[in-house]
Design a protein around this ligand. Sequence first.
Ligand SMILES: NC(=O)c1ccc[n+]([C@@H]2O[C@H](COP(=O)([O-])OP(=O)(O)OC[C@H]3O[C@@H](n4cnc5c(N)ncnc54)[C@H](OP(=O)(O)O)[C@@H]3O)[C@@H](O)[C@H]2O)c1
Length: 220
Amino acid sequence: VKISLVGGSGGCGSGFAMRWAAKHEIIIGSRSSEKAEASAKRISGCLFEQGVNAHVIGTDNQSAIEEGDIIVLTVPSKFVYAVTDHLKDCYTDQIVISPIVPMCRSDYFNYRPPLEGCSALQVERLLPSTVKMITAFHTISYAALQDLDKILKSDVIICGDDNESKDLVADLVREIKTLRPLDGGPLSASCQVEALTPLLLNIARLNNISNAGIQIVEGA
Ligand SMILES: NC(=O)c1ccc[n+]([C@@H]2O[C@H](COP(=O)([O-])OP(=O)(O)OC[C@H]3O[C@@H](n4cnc5c(N)ncnc54)[C@H](OP(=O)(O)O)[C@@H]3O)[C@@H](O)[C@H]2O)c1
C-alpha cells in the first residue's frame, strides 16, 4: 500500500513512517519538497541502521495526496484548512486517516473542538465526499511511535462510517506491535476519542507518566 503522510516531516509523520516503512511505500508530504526529501532520507537512514530496507520518499503535499492509496493527515488542527482547502481536487476515493486533536493549553490541556463538533467532521466537510474518512491514533504518542524498540501496549480507537476502510486501518494498527485496534463507532463519535488526548496529557503531567496511553479492560 502507498501511504502518504501530509505534513509528514513532523513528529507523528516520522513515527508512522518508522513503523510502516518496512511493509509499505511511504510518501512524506510537506509544504516544501526539500524538507520532505530530507526527512525521508533521515528516516530511511534510521531504518537502515536497524536492518530495515525501507522505501520512503519525500515530496510536496499535493503530489503525496495524488500518489497515495491511504492519506494520513499529520498536521496540527490549526493548519487543517491550509493543507486541505486548495488541495481538495487532488483527492479521489482514498482512505483518509485523521489523528488530529484540536486542543489548547493554558496551565491545563483542554479539548477545543471546531464549530462542526469535532476535528473529524471538520475534515470531512473540507474534503470531497468520495474519500473514506477514518479517525485513529489520537492517543498514541509520536515519541513512542518513533522508537522501534518500544513495545506499545495501548488500544487504538477507530471511528468511521465505512467498515471496509475501518478494517484496513485496523490492520495498519496491528502492524505496530502490539497496538490493539478497537471499533469506536461512526465518524461522528470521533469527538469522544479526540477529547481523550488532553485528558491523557494532563494525567501524564500530573502523575509523572511518560507516553501515557489507554487500554480498555474487560471485567474491571
Ligand atoms: N504529537 C503527538 O504525540 C500526537 C499524538 C496523537 C495525535 N497527534 C495529532 O497529530 C497531528 C500532528 O502532530 P505532530 O506533533 O506531528 O505535529 P507537528 O510536528 O507540530 O507538525 C506536523 C507538520 O505540520 C506542518 N505544518 C506546520 N505549519 C504549517 C502551516 N502553517 N501550514 C501547513 N502545514 C504546516 C509541518 O510540515 P511542513 O513544514 O513539512 O509542511 C509539520 O512538520 C496533530 O493534529 C496532533 O493533534 C499528535
